[in-house]
Design a protein around this ligand. Structure first.
Ligand code: SF4
Length: 109
């Protein structure tokens, strides 16, 4: 199962880390939640494939360390989500559907 595209309705923002919102629940290091709002990555699904970092034309993503997480010990954080041009390449290439891009989400919160 991939990222919940309606997470802003189904989860609560519990803070901010690496310049983006954190949507809970979180219980580090095993449970890290969803990161970002316009460009959102479910850290509990991300397995550090890296296709999003390679393919994003405007370099939205950067690796962050997540030691102790079961899927991978680095994650693709949408640090520069404000640069996103909504091309949807990252959504298409992610092998585990961990990414959801929605430019209207900010206005629905
Ligand atoms: S939708 Fe396109 S521009 Fe936006 S983060 Fe994904 S790959 Fe980058």
């Amino acid at each position: 199962m991939g990222i919940d595209p309606n997470f802003e309705r189904n989860r609560e923002q519990v803070g901010e880390e690496h310049d983006v919102a954190v949507w809970g629940p979180v219980d580090p290091p095993e449970q890290l939640g969803i990161r970002g709002t316009h460009v959102a990555v479910d850290f509990d699904i991300c397995l550090a494939d890296g296709a999003c970092l390679e393919d994003c034309p405007v370099d939205v993503f950067e690796w962050v360390d997540t030691p102790g997480h079961g899927e991978s010990e680095i994650k693709a954080n949408p640090t520069d989500e404000e640069q996103c041009i909504d091309c949807m390449l990252c959504v298409d290439v992610c092998p585990v559907d961990a990414i959801d891009v929605d430019p209207g989400r900010e206005n629905r919160i």
